[in-house]
Design a protein around this ligand. Structure first.
Ligand SMILES: O=C(O)CCC(=O)C(=O)O
Ligand SMILES: [Fe+2]
Length: 202
């Protein structure tokens, strides 16, 4: 596992973000995607809100539907995912002393045409979110499907920024500092699936 975790951390330390492919195998991706669809068909998903106090649904800002993962009701593939994240958290704490204590993850489904406008993941009133983690569950994603994640990376002198666009390829994991990197999800032409979460301090 360290061979997966190390490049993520190296990337975060050097540039504020890390990307690794095959964090999940193709089989794990399809098992989680299948479970996501079953849970959505069972009516467990909700339109995502914005803000953490008065949560409001605002589909001009974000159009995804989400379901939080709960350890107690997790299926085997969900438990496997959360365990792998737990190992990653241990690795981060050993190598970077971020003092991570907790994590929270939700499934996200973006119906065709939906997006998430440019934002920062840290709530003003909750700075415990240190690292944002997104793991994609899309099979055969093509560039023409859209749905890229754009990261807005400041130049080191702070004068300008450049954009990095990332394809939401199944099994790929993206991790970045929640309080620092603004980002957005571009509209996708087909359903776009992921598990998204935050590694938090106490
Ligand atoms: O799905 C993605 O690529 C990013 C999602 C995101 O920014 C969020 O849920 O806060
Ligand atoms: Fe975000």
């Amino acid at each position: 596992m360290n061979s997966l975790f190390e490049p993520i951390i190296d990337g975060i330390l050097a540039e504020g973000y890390g990307i690794v492919d095959n964090f999940l195998t193709a089989n794990e991706v399809s098992a989680l995607a299948k479970r996501l669809h079953e849970r959505r068909e069972a009516g467990q998903f909700r339109a995502a809100g914005i803000g953490n106090q008065q949560r409001t649904v605002e589909n001009t800002i974000r159009g995804d539907e989400i379901l939080w993962l709960e350890e107690a009701s997790a299926t085997p593939e969900e438990t496997m995912f959360l365990q792998r994240i737990g190992e990653f958290v241990e690795y981060v704490n050993r190598t970077c002393y971020l003092g991570l204590r907790d994590y929270e993850f939700h499934y996200a489904l973006y119906p065709p045409g939906t997006f998430y406008k440019r934002h920062l993941d840290q709530f003003r009133s909750d700075s415990r979110r240190r690292l944002s983690v997104i793991c994609y569950l899309n099979t055969d994603w093509q560039e023409t499907d859209g749905g890229q994640l754009a990261l807005f990376l400041p130049e080191s002198d702070g004068s300008t920024e450049h954009e990095l666009t990332i394809q939401p390829i199944g099994g790929r994991l993206v991790c970045f500092e929640s309080g620092r990197l603004e980002h957005e999800v571009r509209p996708a032409g087909r359903e776009r699936l992921s598990v998204t979460g935050w590694l938090k301090t106490a």
